[in-house]
Write a protein that binds this ligand. Structure first.
Ligand code: IMP
Ligand code: MG
Length: 219
């Protein structure tokens, strides 16, 4: 059962933002849209579905089963957050895909795009990979306004700028810290079948956003 009030499950995930059913329905829709898009392009080739670990693993597993295409699945690891809920601005790529992307159609699958730093870094990497095309599907997009502002400045929805909105977005997400369905807080809660905000305090070692206060001066 999913908690449906902020009082549920004290100390853990709080309000449910996207239920299991809502996620499943949206993933089916994305699968249909992505399949239609690539069917014309691919001929008898496959698309390389490139998941960004760890956060995308649940979404990717559901998404690929909603695709009516030939797919090859690869992963890369990108980490920008460490244990904090605020982006560090530094994206570490821990390994690159084993398969060559040269000449391939690549669909990058992200759990959540917040500031766009990770995506920007990945775009640079993929531009150098010789991929024939690179599209992005993100389950969640947080800084919606920043992306829209960038698109307005560039005069088009699909700019090549660093804040290019992914071609497919599951949901325009609220600007809150979200967990579940692959998303973690300090490696916790990835396994939840729904997406929720965090309720604080969680526990001494797994604290919610905003609870990491600096000690009073002089201590
Ligand atoms: P960006 O580089 O600021 O766009 O951050 C993207 C990455 O930060 C995502 O791939 C996630 O790993 C992480 N992230 C951003 N927002 C959240 C959140 O609300 N919950 C969990 N992880 C998040
Ligand atoms: Mg993360």
């Amino acid at each position: 059962m999913e908690p449906d009030t902020r009082e549920a499950n004290p100390g853990g995930p709080a309000g449910v933002v996207y239920t299991r059913d809502e996620l499943a329905r949206r993933v089916e829709e994305l699968g249909r849209e992505i399949s239609a898009f690539y069917r014309r392009k691919l001929g008898d080739e496959s698309v390389v579905v490139l998941g960004v670990l760890k956060g995308s693993f649940v979404f990717l597993a559901d998404l690929v089963r909603a695709l009516d295409l030939r797919v090859q699945i690869e992963f890369i690891v990108a980490s920008s957050y460490g244990d904090s809920t605020v982006t560090s601005g530094v994206v570490e790529l821990l390994y690159e895909p084993a398969a060559s992307l040269e000449g391939r159609h690549v669909l990058l699958v992200e759990d959540i795009v917040d500031t766009g730093t990770t995506l920007e870094r990945l775009h640079v990497l993929l531009a150098e990979s010789g991929a024939r095309s690179v599209e992005v599907c993100a389950l969640l997009l947080k800084e919606v306004e920043a992306f829209e502002e960038e698109a307005r400045r560039e005069g088009s929805e699909a700019t090549d700028g660093p804040l290019r909105r992914p071609r497919w977005v599951g949901f325009d997400a609220p600007d809150e810290f979200l967990v579940g369905y692959g998303l973690d807080y300090s490696e916790n809660f990835r396994h939840l079948p729904y997406i929720a905000t965090l309720k604080e305090p969680v526990s001494p070692d797994v604290r919610a956003p905003g609870s990491e206060q600096a000690p009073p001066e002089g201590q």
